[in-house]
Design a protein around this ligand. Sequence first.
Ligand code: GLN
Length: 286
Amino acid sequence: MKKTIEKVLAEGKALLKDAHIRTWALDGEILLSHVLSFSRVQLFTHSKDEISEEQEKVYKDLIYRRLKGTPTQYLTNEQEFMSLPFYVNNHVLIPRQDTEILVETALELIDRKKEFQVLDVCTGSGCIGISIAYYAPLSRVIGIDISEPALNVAEHNAKLNQVNDRVHFIKSNLFKGVPEDLKGTIDMIVSNPPYIPTDEIKGLMKEVSEYEPTIALDGGKDGLDFYRFIVKDGKEYLKSGGILLFEIGYNQGDEVAWLLKSHGFNSVEIKKDLAGLNRVVFGIKE
Ligand code: GLN
């Protein structure tokens, strides 16, 4: 028998709530709007409409996968970032709202009146480089990542946001595959690299540790491996006066700031996120 949207939604939410999913109401709505290709508001303006048994089955399947722990974004293949749509799958880290402060800082530092060359290292879904390209229309971005399936996602996202004429991707283990002739030409290197200490990955929320790619999380023994590589090798690619800008873990600010200073970067600054935690570090190559 067919049920109304209101009824099916209430059932889905109840299952999520009983399983103590913190975001049960939101997740229940996002998943049903995904199945019906509705906006969330339409769920309420059409609450008395009936849905087909097939649609109900698809919805319940998603609810059960959510109950087992799959993040909602991997079920819908969508996450908004910087008010832009991004496709995601389990080959990429889900873009975090916390990372928007990194992009906002980059946009403040970019000279928008001239062509500006940006390198996004460990680009993943491409969310950082693509948002920069979108909001700084004269910028050109190269995204690099070691993961081929992640780069496929990033390419798709560049097209989705119509910046694929100014955003290009290179498959590369850090700087190993980046052409030598780019040395000394880059205005800004931006990166949200993997920064969780290896031993701490297991202790993260199950949704993260079991579903998001370990390769996107694991920053080595103390979590700082990628910062060391990127500061040392990235410096060669920056112009004099070029900017190196990182997202960091809440307790990594002082160490990463020190790392930048010890490699001769000037005007090193740490910025906090909305929760008041250290989140971004940047410095200028002399
Ligand atoms: N740059 C991507 C992001 O910020 C991926 C980061 C990562 O894989 N560590 O979401």
